[in-house]
Every structure is written in structure tokens, then in C-alpha cells.
Design a binder for this molecule. Sequence first.
Ligand SMILES: [Ca+2]
Ligand SMILES: [Ca+2]
Length: 360
Amino acid sequence: MASNLIVAVSSLVLAVLVALTVQIFYFSPIDPLLLEIPPTSSAYPSTKNNILQNVIKLGEGLLKDPEDVCVDKEGTLYTATRDGWIKRLRRNGNWENWKHIDSDTLLGITPTKGGLIVCDAEKGLLKVTEDGVSVLLSQVNGSPLSFADDVIEASDGSLYFSVASTKFDLHNWYLDFLEARPHGQLLKYNPSSNETTILLDNLYLANGVALSKDEDYLVICETFKYRCLRYWLQGVNKGKTEVFIENLPGGPDNINLAPDGSFWIALLQLTSEGLEFVHTSKVAKLIVASSPRLFNKVINGAKTKATVVNVATDSKIIRRFGDSDGKVVKFVTSALEFEDHLYLGSLSSNFIGKLPLHSV
Ligand SMILES: [Ca+2]
Ligand SMILES: [Ca+2]
């Protein structure tokens, strides 16, 4: 009798194990590659400053995970929040709930001559003006535009923007990360001809996009490669791509041109012991991919820090600010310099951080 029960229970356990194995390994949503996280170059300034702990919190409690920030020519600061608001901070210090979009996937924003352009990872590129919100671009070559991440306008009116991944959506970004294959793109939208061109393909999670001061090149961030590429728009190298900076001390998210022509890049601290191990094992990747909860456990450490770097046009890191244990700010995704202050967006904050640059 007892032995029958043991046989029955063990058969059941075996069946469950087989089903789980089949589920995890044969029906996995990912086809992973191993990922080598680059060693942090010893040439970079020390990792241990906590200068970002000195930020002033703007709009605290009003802003749900403001991923990106921008400032228009009047000096009004804008951000897009996870609950679908475009909120703005007037020069007089007042916050305004400007426009609401039925979306929880708003990412990069940029001011343009014709209003604010917002990347909605589900709807595409949106245009926001005093009159309301309209969809500017929702398709690329007949396919839905999904996971638009960041956008910038050139002085001729062209919009350059990134698609983080053509395979996974924002809610499943961790699968793109685990798969570690290049599904990202850099695109150009010409509003006068209504034409969209793919400039670069096969990018490793294409994220922030910035134009150089003279608009002779673009810098595009590849988060999982810990590097940024330079795509030439003018001159003898027009159309060519080269590495702008690599082995960054974190995965680059948004990037912004500074007034002096250098760039501010927010770096995601995607390194934790758990993640480092996961990147060395396809089996571990398949197991983690089977459960977002498991992924959150592995990446947890990564969400408790913040780093931003200021990179010169010759690719040297000039300044590096951090909050090494996320005491005041963490998961900083955007850094924008305006009138001698740095403004910080974050996917784990309810405020915009403001750091006076003259005193650091
Ligand atoms: Ca932006
Ligand atoms: Ca971004």
C-alpha cells in the first residue's frame, strides 16, 4: 500500500518536473545569448562619491516615476510620468498638470518647434501642444511602432528617435535584456515628407538619443552593451557609425547635450552578483525568463543606486556623480543640464532631482 503511494507521488513529482522543464526550456519566450558585462575601466573617476545625495527634490509626491525631463526655450521644465501625465514646472516654481494621456508607457520627451514630442512605448510618437495630444507616428514601414524610447529634433525639423526593441515591449524589457540579442533601432522621421527611415539596426536596447552641438552627429545609447555609438550626419564620415564611448560604469539610458557641447548620460546600475551569474548561463537565463518575479529578485540590487556621467566630445568622462546606496535618488534614467543645474529623472522616484552644479 505504502509503496504504491510512493510510486504514485514520485510519478506525480516527475510529471510536474517534466512539465516545468518543457515549459521553461522549450516554450521559453527568449532565445538567449551569453552577455559579457564589460569591466569598468580604471581610468574613470572614483565610483564612491555620493554627490547625487545633494539633490533638491522638485514636485515631490506629484510625479510618478518621471523617466525623462526636458526644458523648452522659455525655461519651462517638462516630464512624462508613469500614470500618463505630462507635467510642467513653470519658471515661477508652480507645477501644472498639463495634459493627460491614457498610457502607462511614456518614455523620452523633447521640445520641438511645434510642441512637445513624447515617446509612448505602445502608441508611437505623440505630439503634445496646448490644443491637445495627437499621434504623430504609429507605424514604420507598415508595422506598428512599438517601444519608441527617446527622440530629438534637429534644426531642419527632422526627428531622430530610438526603438529599444523590435521583439519585446516595454513591459517585457527584461526578456530583451535576458535574451541579449540586438533588436534595437535608430530611426529618422521627416515630417515634411512623412517618411521614416531606419538609420541603424541591430542595436542592443537602443535608448537615449542626442544631437551634437553642431548637429554633425548623433549619439545613441545601447543599454546592455554599456556603450554609446556615434552616427555621423555630416562630413566625410556621413552615414558611418563608430563607438563613441564603451565600458561605461553602467548601462546608458537617456542622454542629453550639455550647454558646453558635452553630454550627460544616466547610467543604469544593472550589475548585481545575481545578474552577473545569469549573464554567464543560458540555463539560468531561461529559468529567470520564466518568471518576472524571479527577475525582479535578481535585479533588485541594481535598482538601489544611481550614477550619471558627463562625457566630453572626445569620449572622456569629465564628471561622475552617484548615490551609491540610493539614499536620496535611485534608478536615475535621465540627466539634463540647464542654467548651471542638473535635473534628474528616475523610474523609482516621485520627484525630479535638482543638483546645483556650481557647488559640486
Ligand atoms: Ca529626451
Ligand atoms: Ca530611456
